[in-house]
Design a protein around this ligand. Structure first.
Ligand SMILES: Nc1ncnc2c1ncn2[C@@H]1O[C@H](COP(=O)(O)OP(=O)(O)OP(=O)(O)O)[C@@H](O)[C@H]1O
Length: 316
C-alpha cells in the first residue's frame, strides 16, 4: 500500500520554548486505520494539528496525498477531514445546515445525495432538522464527524473520538469507522483507550514526550510482545516454589493459592506439558486453569513507563 500521508523529520517547538515534537518521521498507508497512542501531553494533538494546517511546524516536511501541507495548503487540506477533541459548532443551527455549510467552506458544490448518505450512515438523518443544541452528546459528536466528512475527504483524523461516550455508542462509532475504511477512507485516530486501538487499528504508533517510540502492525505487536499467562488455582496454598521448579518462569500469587506460568506464544514449545508433569511429580494439585494473553495495554504501559507518567486504559 502506498503512503497517503508522509511526515519527515517533524519537530515542533512552541513559542514558550516547549518542544512538543522531536524529529518524527511516519508514513500512513492509504486505506489503513492508524491509531496514535500516548499519555496526556505526549504530542498527539500537536501532530494532528500540524498535518491539518492548524499549527505551524518548526521543521520537517509533510505531504497529504502528495501535496505539501505548507506550499500546497489548499489541495492538501481538501484531502483531510478533522474531528477535533472539543465539540465546536453553532448550537442554534440545524444539523443539515451545519453540515452543508462545512461542505461549502471547502468550495464544494452542494451534493444532497452525498450529505444524505453520510447523515444516514451516522444515524442522524432523522435529526437533520433538529438544532444542534437539542441533540445528545453522542449525536453532537456524530455531527462533528458528518461535518468532517462533508467535503468527501480521503483522510479522516479523529482526535479521541470516543472520549466520554458510553460503551454502546463507542461500539457504534467503531462500526462506523470500519464502514468508512471499507469505502476507502484512511483513518488516523488518537485514543487513550487501549482497547479501542486493539479493536480497530491496523497499525499502532506510540508517542511519548514528543518522540515516536514505536510503529508496528497491531497483530505483529501483539505477537511480538504478547506473552501468554497460564494461571492455575491451587487446591492448597504453597509457601514457596519447590527448588526443582525455581528455574521455571513461574510465580506465586494470591497468598500462594495461584501459580502463574509465563510463556511465549511464538515459541515452538510452550513447556506446558512438562510443567504439568512436574506439578504432578511434586503433588501440586490445581482445581482450575485459565490462560490469558498479555493485552496491548500492558505492552503500552511497559513501553512508556520509563519515559513518561502514564494515564491509560480509562474505563467508565
Ligand atoms: N499552544 C501551546 N503552547 C505551548 N505548549 C503547548 C501548546 N499546545 C500544546 N502544548 C504542549 O505541548 C505538549 C503536547 O500537547 P498535545 O496537546 O499535543 O498532547 P496530546 O498528546 O494530544 O495530549 P492529550 O492526550 O492530553 O490530548 C503538552 O505539554 C502541551 O502542554
Amino acid at each position: 500500500m502506498s503512503a497517503i500521508i508522509s511526515v519527515q523529520q517533524l519537530s515542533k517547538i512552541y513559542d514558550s520554548g516547549f518542544q512538543a515534537l522531536d524529529n518524527i518521521s511516519l508514513e500512513i498507508k492509504r486505506g489503513e486505520i492508524f491509531a496514535l497512542l500516548g499519555p496526556n501531553g505526549a504530542g498527539k494533538t500537536t501532530m494532528i494539528s500540524i498535518i491539518c494546517g492548524i499549527v505551524n511546524p518548526s521543521s520537517g516536511v509533510i505531504t497529504a496525498d502528495g501535496h505539501d501541507i505548507i506550499r500546497d495548503y489548499r489541495a492538501a487540506r481538501t484531502k483531510i477531514g478533522l474531528v477535533p477533541q472539543e465539540l465546536c459548532t453553532d448550537g442554534f443551527e440545524s444539523v443539515l445546515t451545519t453540515v452543508n455549510f462545512s461542505r461549502g467552506l471547502f468550495g464544494c458544490p452542494p451534493n444532497k445525495a452525498y450529505i444524505e448518505q453520510i447523515l444516514r450512515q451516522l444515524s442522524l438523518w432523522d435529526k437533520r432538522n433538529a438544532r444542534i443544541m437539542e441533540l445528545s452528546g453522542g449525536m453532537k459528536r456524530r455531527v462533528m464527524i458528518a461535518k468532517a466528512l462533508s467535503h468527501e475527504p480521503e483522510i479522516l483524523f479523529l482526535d479521541e473520538p470516543t472520549a466520554g461516550v458510553d460503551v454502546e455508542l463507542r461500539r457504534d462509532m467503531w462500526e462506523m469507522v470500519r464502514g468508512l475504511r471499507a469505502r476507502g477512507v484512511t483513518i488516523i485516530l488518537t485514543t487513550h483507550y487501549i482497547e479501542e486501538a486493539e479493536e480497530m487499528a491496523d497499525r499502532i504508533g506510540v508517542i511519548s514526550r514528543g518522540k515516536l517510540i514505536l510503529v508496528e502492525e497491531k497483530n505483529v505487536l501483539m505477537d511480538k510482545l504478547g506473552q501468554k499467562q497460564l494461571r492455575l488455582q491451587l487446591k492448597k496454598s504453597l509457601q514457596e516454589l519447590p527448588t526443582e521448579l525455581q528455574d521455571y518462569p513461574l510465580s506465586l500469587a494470591a497468598d500462594g493459592l495461584e501459580l502463574i506460568y509465563h510463556f511465549d506464544t511464538k515459541g515452538d514449545q510452550t513447556g506446558i506439558a512438562d510443567l504439568f508433569r512436574r506439578l504432578d511429580e511434586h503433588g501440586i494439585d490445581y482445581k482450575d486453569i485459565q490462560s490469558k494473553q498479555r493485552s496491548l495495554e500492558e505492552i503500552f504501559v511497559s513501553l512508556v513507563s520509563d519515559t513518561a507518567t502514564v494515564e491509560v486504559g480509562a474505563v467508565e
